[in-house]
Design a binder for this molecule. Sequence first.
Ligand code: BES
Ligand code: ZN
Ligand code: ZN
Length: 453
Amino acid sequence: MLLKYEYLKKIKNPSSEIFVLGSEAQPIYKSRPLVESIKESVLVFNDFERVGIVAQLKGDPEKNRKLGAQVYQQVLALKLVQVSFNGEFNAELLLGFILAAYEFEGYYKSPKKKKINLTFDLENKKNVEKIVALCSSVYWSRDLVNQPFNKLGTREMVDQISARANQSNFKLTVWDKARLKKENCGGILAVNQASKVDPALAILEHKPKKPSNKKPIVLVGKGIVYDTGGLSLKPTPNSMDMMKCDMGGLACMAGTMDALAVSKSDKWVICLLPITDNVISNTAIAPGDVITMRSGHTVEVMNTDAEGRLILADALDIAKDYKPQLVIDAATLTGSAVAAIGDLGAVLMGNADSKTFHLISKVGDQTGERVARFPFWDEYSEQLKSPIADLKNLGGPTAGSITAGKFLEHFVGYDWLHLDIAGPGYLKQGRHYTPTGGTGYGVRLLTSFINEL
Ligand code: BES
Ligand code: ZN
Ligand code: ZN
């Protein structure tokens, strides 16, 4: 849905309106004539002059975002094309409304052209624009995930990030295959070696003139544009068919960089995005192969479907060169994370101090992009021992998301948080303000978290 925004000094006699009532307000709308439907806290009326939707605010931000999504569903059901927002201005309600209105354009012969014009009171202009900008970063993140592999391979991904860098004003440097070879990025090169398309590493940077942090915050995102599993081939139904989403970590981090750049955050942030497909051919890496990573560690690749950790390991090693304050990675890394907590939040691990863990959990609850911290005990690492190399890329039959995290820990030498977003990065069935498909998970969480650091 295309949303258009307009601001008026005094909104007069709209043909349709969304009237927002404070959470403490009396439900005066009971006296409105011809009530059409009452859906929890959303009420629709039609007094022959106009159609109105009355929303009663709650005390909790997540509930207000859900309320915004309900209001949007009513606007859609009533086919309203011109609405004004009246009554109390609530940022979360508007956020939920706009996030719910997202639709992937798709590839139809006749494209859908639906548009809603929204009118706001001029005094809310700044607030509305802030929310619209943040939603635009989330929309972009969702678009990246929703584009299939044949439309968004490594090259197209670099092109789209480059176009956005120009538009949103962040710096972009791209390492090509030759540079990756020179840097001994053995993990990225091994995952890529079956492909006809070269890998890339995109380096995004947002550096304000006077940053509030002396050392940069470094973000790392898994950018597997498609994951077939490689020679350890995935079964197609319910396993491979969604794997265009395996660059969800990249989408999360690129969207976060976009939001930070557009909002002119005072934080200095660098983002490393290793990009490749994980496909199959006679040049593919084989289970049992031993590779040498950028860090110098050797890895016995026991499962070519555990490829995310191989490309992330090189990027995490590069992150050391920036002497970072904190490194955060996001990746659609393991099915085990989904088995453990489903798609309601990300699985969180790392070695950062407890203050940092508390902050990200708090921001997760506030934004509705929740995180669940998992144990990270040393003993889990024993499952990664190889008889012929420093470590293998496959753990045992249990605690798969943790052993994946433990694998990454070998390549880290700084404060670090790891987010496994295999569950919330892509929804097979949308809910509330998150439609089916790419969710943009983590953009709002990390933008707020970084600004609060
Ligand atoms: N991309 C997958 C993980 C995934 C699963 C993402 C479901 C999104 C939804 C990852 O590369 C993978 O295949 N992981 C394996 C690791 C295993 C071989 C150790 C897994 O989780 O099964
Ligand atoms: Zn895989
Ligand atoms: Zn993968």
